[in-house]
Design a binder for this molecule. Structure first.
Ligand code: ZN
Length: 152
């Protein structure tokens, strides 16, 4: 039996070390900045949205392995999704990390898929903000909010 916790850690470490979509989108039409003062995570989120679809999404910044991995995996999963799907995933992910999903609980919304690896983060409340920062920033970017997002 593979140890799930170790597998999860491996995925997070891999994305933390080699973040995907770690670049700027020059012709982005959505942008927001996020900051988690508690940990020092900072990121800039870029997205190109056309006809309500996230055609491209990327980020730059510096942060801990959890926030970097979360941003990396988020950009992977959101590319090609509609804005509504992106919002639904944000709500689902936020719920998973803050409230938790009980065994067998049926939650409305899209499948989280690989994002399940962040389930373990819930046990570390300080880290929850690291994992949700990229999502809050994405949410602000879709709304084109000028104010930087802060988890505090
Ligand atoms: Zn962090």
């Amino acid at each position: 039996m593979p140890n799930l916790r170790e597998l999860y850690q491996e995925v997070i470490l891999d994305h933390g070390k080699k973040p995907r979509n770690f670049r700027k989108i020059e012709d982005a039409n959505r942008h927001a900045r996020g900051h988690n003062p508690l940990c020092g995570d900072k990121l800039s989120l870029y997205a190109k949205v056309e006809d309500g679809i996230v055609k491209d999404i990327s980020f730059l910044g510096s942060g801990c392995a959890i926030s970097t991995a979360s941003a990396s995996m988020m950009t992977q999963i959101l590319k090609g999704k509609t804005e509504a799907e992106a919002e639904a995933l944000f709500n689902r992910f936020h719920h998973l990390l803050t409230e938790g999903e009980k065994e067998g609980e049926v939650v409305e919304g899209p499948e989280l898929g690989k994002l399940d690896v962040f389930t373990g983060v819930r046990e570390f409340p300080v880290r929850v903000k690291c994992a949700t920062l990229p999502w809050h920033t994405m949410h602000a970017a879709l709304l084109n909010e000028e104010q930087p997002v802060s988890t505090e």
